[in-house]
Design a binder for this molecule. Structure first.
Ligand code: NDP
Length: 294
């Protein structure tokens, strides 16, 4: 596809659009960028060889990608853009969105001949910078095939099912992230309170069956160090855990552990702050135990 447009230059959008631009430089394509606060689009164009564009210009692209906080934000942008979009455009939404919204967005855009695919990503800012993100695609197989090769920021792109399935898988993945973080935090707070050295405890856990990405990577580099670098907001994690519960409810399943941790994540987001890094979830564990995890 000759022209791609990337909308939403946040923590993820900046490196994802940059990866598209690097690819386009070798294939002769071009990458337009748009951001609600336009100065970020101008800075991106200057830094990465993209072109800052108006929504009217974005409407002429063959491929539109979005990476915004929520599906409600994507709805807003669809509202501003739909009058300008070419009928044969693909709209690939990399937001961690809601499966129900994906159904409505696809139906709405299909009326204009535009094909909407849900395509959330995992791998974080570092994965976006290294173009190693995992993309989980929901939608018809032929449309997934048409866009898969365009996703220059992906290390892996998996077709997980029909429209909404990508958002559902992403929500469950992030609910598991919250569960693993929370559970590890509870265990470490207790060990710390009992006088155990937590680096030594993690050394053991990470060579044993209790390990997870939380114990191997997140807690050693972000919590023990007290750095909590804000790459993925706690409010976004709470949103994802809530979506996972909607996924559970939609099929009449029972998931009491996910429900409990979703509620704790929401509480932590409100008490600690939605813009804190998601690992600051453990600050609530610390408050509950009067024990720092360090
Ligand atoms: P950020 O908060 O860093 O960026 C949000 C972007 O969305 C900004 O460009 C912002 O524009 C734009 N935006 C927000 N609301 C609107 C709106 N109503 N209309 C138009 N633009 C809007 O978010 P992230 O990049 O961290 O996250 C984006 C998505 O990716 C989320 O769904 C998140 O859950 C998911 N995600 C995040 C990861 C991470 O590590 N950060 C990892 C994997 C997935 P402006 O600059 O004008 O405010």
């Amino acid at each position: 596809m000759k022209t791609a447009a990337f909308l939403g230059l946040g923590a993820m959008g900046v490196p994802m659009a940059a990866a598209l631009a690097r690819r386009a430089a070798t294939t002769g394509g071009r990458v337009l960028v748009w951001n609600r606060h336009a100065e970020k689009a101008q800075a991106h164009a200057a830094g990465y060889g993209t072109q800052a564009a108006t929504l009217e210009e974005v409407g002429g692209a063959q491929l539109i990608l979005t990476c915004l906080p929520t599906s409600a934000d994507v709805d807003e942008v669809i509202g501003q853009l739909e009058a300008h979009i070419n009928p044969s455009t693909f709209w690939v939404d990399c937001t961690s969105g809601h499966p129900d919204a994906a159904q409505l967005q696809r139906a709405r855009l299909l009326k204009r001949g535009v094909k909407f695919l849900d395509a959330p990503v995992s791998g974080g800012v570092s994965g976006a910078e290294a173009s190693t993100l995992t993309v989980m695609l929901g939608g018809p197989a032929d449309e997934v095939r048409a866009v898969r090769g365009e996703l220059a920021f992906a290390g892996k792109a998996v077709h997980v099912g029909d429209t909404g399935a990508g958002f559902a898988v992403k929500a469950v993945n992030n609910a598991l992230l919250a569960v693993n973080l929370w559970a590890a935090g509870e265990g470490l707070a207790a060990l710390g309170k009992g006088g155990v050295d937590l680096s030594a405890a993690l050394d053991v856990i990470n060579a044993s069956s209790g390990r997870s990405n939380a114990t191997e990577n997140l807690i050693p580099s972000r919590v023990l160090t007290r750095a909590f670098p804000p790459t993925f907001g706690l409010g976004l994690l709470a949103k994802d855990a809530d979506i996972a519960l909607d996924v559970v409810r939609a099929v009449g399943s029972s998931a009491p552990v996910l429900a409990q941790v979703a509620a704790l994540t929401r509480a932590a987001s409100q008490l600690v702050g939605p813009h804190e890094d998601h690992t600051a979830l453990l600050k609530l564990v610390e408050q509950m135990n009067a024990q720092e995890i360090r």
